[in-house]
Design a protein around this ligand. Structure first.
Ligand SMILES: C[S@@+](CC[C@H](N)C(=O)[O-])C[C@H]1O[C@@H](n2cnc3c(N)ncnc32)[C@H](O)[C@@H]1O
Length: 327
């Protein structure tokens, strides 16, 4: 079966690319080039890259759920002056790039909202839909490498939940700034690698949800061995220090964990996020095994985490967002 996918190769009909190769179609027998199996899970096979999570069916379902969770938390598919940036006034093809696109839900939803805009999604594995809309293009690309597009080719670059893919965010921002036209928009959204209480500091995580707290401590230590330090709340300062963007607009959102929220939409979000966090813990097990924890230690850590997030009311995840325009 043929994938409607390109591998670092353009087949767009615009002049935005500095590469000149033909389309490469990915056949099923190419799959070993992209995936390998371990502990009954499927991972990317780009050995040098730090991304620690599987990319298989259960993980794809988690990404799709997260997409809905974040859309309902933010109350839309984007923040910032997206409509203005993508309007047709300059009479040129508008282009959006989604970094680490995963299953490609965000580009597909954006494509329905902006039928005249060309939307690209890049990832190291071909897990996006095989049947994108005609103005959506998914490509295999490692975001730590130079992109194929010319300077200023992009109007909007979207980077959501990419913190497990990037060890040098300032370096990535340099490439983002190169790709964006002046006035183009960059958006970052990252869920912090911690949990908190919705109602502030009078609640003590160490006392009330100690297992959830130590779960994130252990996970963060293990991720740091891969040079994946927590960056969710540091991205605005990376943006500012690059001197390539306007002052970022920052917003943080609480994502409820469990069904304690009174608002019916957020109650539903909370139930979904609880399930997504359990799946996240499951997906991290192979990495923890690699970090030389025993199976018993891992199971105890994860079951304590689940016990806390299932039973302690008022817990939230924190979604950090920032957007800025290229100067
Ligand atoms: C947590 S998922 C986020 C997916 C998507 N951005 C979303 O919000 O639904 C991270 C994605 O990054 C991809 N990835 C990891 N390292 C990458 C790299 N160096 N270049 C491109 N994609 C990468 C993974 O394959 C995975 O699909």
């Amino acid at each position: 079966m043929t994938f409607e996918y390109t591998e670092n190769m353009p087949h767009d009909d615009d002049d935005a690319s500095d590469a000149s190769s033909d389309v490469t179609e990915l056949e099923e027998y190419d799959f070993p080039d992209h995936f390998f199996e371990r502990d009954g899970r499927l991972f990317h096979s780009h050995g040098s890259l730090p991304y620690p999570l599987p990319v298989d069916g259960p993980e794809q379902a988690r990404l799709n759920n997260l997409h809905r969770i974040l859309r309902d938390t933010v109350e839309f598919h984007y923040l910032g002056p997206v409509t203005e940036v993508l309007s047709d006034v300059r009479n040129r093809q508008k282009r959006v790039l989604d970094l680490c696109t995963g299953t490609g839900r965000w580009p597909m939803d954006m494509a329905r909202l902006f039928p005249r805009v060309k939307i690209y999604g890049v990832d190291i594995v071909p897990i996006a839909t095989r049947r994108p809309l005609p103005h959506v293009q998914f490509e295999i690309h490692d975001i730590t490498e130079r992109f194929r597009w010319n300077n200023g080719a992009m109007d909007f670059i979207h980077a959501r939940n990419i913190d497990l893919a990037v060890t040098d965010y300032p370096e990535l921002l340099r490439e983002v700034a190169r790709l964006l036209r002046p006035g183009g928009l960059f958006f970052s959204g990252e869920i912090g690698r911690y949990i908190d209480f919705a109602h502030g500091s009078s609640f003590d995580l160490a006392r009330q949800a100690p297992h959830a707290r130590s779960f994130f401590q252990v996970v963060n230590r293990s991720l740091e061995l891969r040079h994946l330090v927590p960056i969710a709340d540091r991205i605005p300062s990376f943006i500012q220090q690059s001197h390539q963007f306007t002052v970022p607009t920052i917003q943080t959102f609480h994502i409820p964990i469990g069904d304690w929220h009174l608002n019916p939409v957020m109650k539903r979000v909370g139930k979904m996020y609880l399930a997504a966090l359990k799946d996240f813990a499951e997906s991290l097990k192979p990495m923890l095994r690699e970090a030389e924890m025993t199976q018993h230690e891992i199971d105890t850590l994860v079951s304590g985490f689940i016990e806390d997030i299932e039973h302690v009311p008022g817990l939230v995840g924190v979604y950090h967002t920032a957007w800025a325009r290229k100067v």
